[in-house]
Design a binder for this molecule. Structure first.
Ligand code: HEM
Length: 459
C-alpha cells in the first residue's frame, strides 16, 4: 500500500533538476488523455488547452497517452524548439504503432537521408515532372463518378486519390490485385485509431495493427518480386535504393517499407481531412465559391483543348485557390505543429523543459488578432498580395518548422488545389448540417459529402 502511494506521489510530482512548468499529471498512466481528446469545434483550440492557459499561463505540463508532456502556446518558444531540436516527440505508445525500427525515430543520418530522398520526389521538381498529371486524372475520374451519382464523399475520394497516386509514385506499376488489396487494408484503419493506443482485441489499434502487418507483407512482396524480375521500380525506390559513395545500398528493404508505411499513414490522416474541412468552409461562402468557379472556368477556357491535362503553369495561376488553401490551413490548424523530444534540459524563464519529455507547440500565432484581423473568420482575401508559395513563415506554420518540417507539404497543397479545381468545374453544395469537429484529428460526425446539382458542369 505504501509502495502504491509512493508511486502515485511520484507520478503526480515528476522529478526534475530545476522547476517544472505548472500543471497536473492527472491519473496514473492515463493522465489527462480523455479530457485532451474530447471532441471540440475544429476552429477553436481544445477547451483542455484554453482552460489551462488561463490557470497556468502559455506553457504547462501534463500527461497524455502514458507519456510526460509540455504544452506550449508561446510562439517564440515553439519556433526555437522546432529549429534547435531534431528528435521527433511522439510517445512510445504511439511510435510502437508505426513500427519499432522506424526511420523517423532512428539516427539523425538516416532521418536526413529519407528527408532528402522524399524531397527529390515530392518537392516542386518531382511534382512538376511526375505527380501533377496523375492527381489531375484521378481527381477528374472521381468527380465524374460523383456527378453521375449525385454526391461524393470528399474525404474518401481524396484518400483514394492520395493513396493511388503515392503508391504509383513510390512503387511504380503494381498488379491490380495487389493494388486492390492494399486499398482494402487502408479502409480497415479505423478513424481515430490512435485515440486509445493500446492493443486490445476489438479496439481500433488491434485492427489497425492487423491491417498494418498485411500491408507491410504486401509491400515487401512487391519489392522483392520487382527486384527478382529486374522490373522498373517507382522513382522513390530508385532514389532510396541508389548506392552511396562506397557502392553500398543506402537503405534495407525492411527500412524502406517501414518508411513508406509511415509516410502513407501520415499523408492519409492529414490531407483528406483538411481538404474536406476546406470544402465545407468554401460551401458556407457563396462569394468564395463563385470566385473559385470563375477562376477554374478561366483555366479550362484558356486551354487549346478542353480536356487537356492540367499544367504546372495552370496550378501556379490559381491565385484565389491558393489564398483559400492558405486561409484554411491557418484556421483549421488547432493542433500542435511542433512535436519534439529535447535531448537536454531547456531553460524557459523560471522553468525547465526536461530532456526526454514530449514538447507540443500549438500555433497560437494563427489566431493572434495583431497578425490576423478577426482571426476566427475564414477570409481568404486577407492573403491578397502575400507570398502564397511559402510553406512556412513567422506567422503561418501549418506544416511545422525546422528540421522536421512536413515533407509532404508541397504534395498536400497540390492535391488540395487540383481537387478544388476539378470540383469547381461543377455546381455543388454541402449540407448545412455538416459539422467539422476535432478530437486531435479532424472529424465529420455527419459525413462530408458534397451534392452535385442536376445541370452540374460549369465549363
Ligand atoms: C495538409 C496536410 C498536412 C499537414 C497540415 C501536415 C502537417 C505536418 C506537421 C505539422 C508536421 C510536423 C512538423 C514539425 O514537427 O515541425 C508534419 C510532419 C510530417 N509530414 Fe505532414 N502534413 C500534411 C500532409 C502530409 C503529406 C501529404 C505527407 C506525405 C506525402 C506528409 C508527411 C509528413 C512526414 C513524413 C512528416 C515527418 C517529417 C520528419 O519527421 O522529418 N504530410 N506534417
Amino acid at each position: 500500500m505504501l509502495n502504491l502511494c509512493h508511486w502515485i506521489y511520484q507520478w503526480r510530482n515528476p522529478k526534475c533538476n530545476e522547476i517544472l512548468p505548472p500543471g497536473s499529471m492527472g491519473f496514473p498512466i492515463i493522465g489527462e488523455t480523455f479530457e485532451f481528446m474530447k471532441p471540440h469545434d475544429a476552429l477553436q483550440f481544445p477547451s483542455f488547452v484554453r482552460k489551462r492557459i488561463i490557470r497556468h499561463g502559455l506553457v504547462f505540463r501534463t500527461s497524455l497517452f502514458g507519456g510526460k508532456f509540455i504544452i506550449s502556446m508561446d510562439n517564440e518558444l515553439n519556433m526555437e524548439i522546432a529549429k534547435t531540436n531534431r528528435t521527433i516527440g511522439v510517445p512510445k505508445s504511439i511510435t510502437r504503432l508505426f513500427g519499432n525500427n522506424n526511420l523517423f525515430v532512428q539516427s539523425i543520418e538516416s532521418h536526413k537521408h529519407v528527408r532528402s530522398s522524399t524531397f527529390q520526389l515530392l518537392g516542386p521538381q518531382g511534382l512538376k515532372l511526375r505527380v501533377i498529371e496523375d492527381i489531375d486524372l484521378l481527381a477528374r475520374k472521381h468527380m465524374e463518378e460523383g456527378a453521375r451519382n449525385g454526391f461524393l464523399d470528399v474525404k474518401e475520394a481524396a484518400s483514394k486519390i492520395l493513396i493511388e497516386c503515392l503508391a504509383k509514385t513510390v512503387m511504380g506499376d503494381m498488379d491490380p490485385e495487389t493494388a486492390k488489396e492494399l486499398a482494402i487494408c487502408w479502409r480497415k484503419f479505423p478513424s481515430g485509431w490512435f485515440r486509445f493506443p493500446f492493443k486490445i482485441p476489438r479496439m481500433g489499434v488491434y485492427d489497425m495493427m492487423k491491417a498494418r502487418k498485411r500491408m507491410m507483407n504486401l509491400l515487401k512482396e512487391v519489392v522483392l518480386k520487382k527486384r527478382a524480375s529486374g522490373e522498373e521500380f517507382g522513382e522513390f525506390f530508385k532514389i532510396i535504393f541508389g548506392e552511396n559513395e562506397r557502392g553500398k545500398e543506402k537503405m534495407s528493404v525492411e527500412n524502406a517499407i517501414n518508411y513508406i508505411y509511415t509516410f502513407f499513414l501520415i499523408a492519409n490522416e492529414t490531407t483528406p481531412r483538411i481538404l474536406a474541412a476546406t470544402v465545407k468552409l468554401i460551401s458556407e461562402k457563396p462569394r468564395i465559391m463563385q470566385e473559385l468557379q470563375r477562376e477554374h472556368a478561366r483555366i479550362v477556357g484558356d486551354r487549346s483543348e478542353k480536356d487537356a491535362a492540367l499544367t504546372w503553369e495552370d496550378y501556379k495561376s490559381m491565385t484565389s485557390t491558393h489564398m483559400v488553401i492558405n486561409e484554411s490551413l491557418r484556421i483549421t490548424t488547432t493542433v500542435p505543429v511542433v512535436l519534439r523530444k529535447p535531448d537536454h534540459d531547456i531553460q524557459v524563464g523560471d522553468y525547465t523543459i526536461p530532456a526526454g519529455w514530449t514538447f507540443m507547440g500549438y500555433p497560437n500565432v494563427h489566431f493572434n488578432p495583431e497578425k490576423y484581423e478577426d482571426p476566427f473568420v475564414f477570409n481568404p482575401w486577407r492573403w491578397k498580395g502575400k507570398d502564397l508559395s511559402a510553406l512556412v513563415s513567422k506567422n503561418h506554420v501549418p506544416f511545422g518548422a525546422g528540421p522536421r518540417l512536413c515533407v509532404g507539404a508541397y504534395f498536400a497543397k497540390l492535391l488540395m488545389a487540383i481537387f478544388i479545381h476539378n470540383l469547381c468545374r461543377y455546381r455543388w453544395s454541402m449540407k448545412v448540417e455538416t459539422t467539422v469537429t476535432r478530437s486531435y484529428m479532424l472529424m465529420f460526425p455527419q459525413g462530408c459529402d458534397v451534392q452535385f446539382s442536376e445541370d452540374t458542369k460549369v465549363d
